[in-house]
Design a binder for this molecule. Structure first.
Ligand SMILES: [Zn+2]
Length: 68
């Protein structure tokens, strides 16, 4: 299974089923997704970190997650 490091916490996040897997009814095997922020930047984050973001996250919020 492929994995990618979460940009905030640095954990290796397993990615199952490619992009389509994110939207499938079986989230097991996929631990994160790429978020496109309002400022146009993209960040791959695990779901735990995504839950820690505010409603309109910025790149600064993502960077801040990694320092907690
Ligand atoms: Zn994370």
């Amino acid at each position: 299974m492929a994995s990618e490091p979460c940009e905030a916490c640095g954990e290796a996040v397993p990615i199952g089923g490619g992009i389509a897997g994110i939207w499938s009814s079986d989230p097991e095997g996929t631990g994160g997704m790429t978020l496109e922020l309002g400022d146009g930047t993209e960040h791959f984050l695990c779901f735990a970190c995504i839950e820690g973001l505010p409603d309109e996250p910025t790149a600064e919020d993502v960077a801040e997650l990694g320092t907690r």
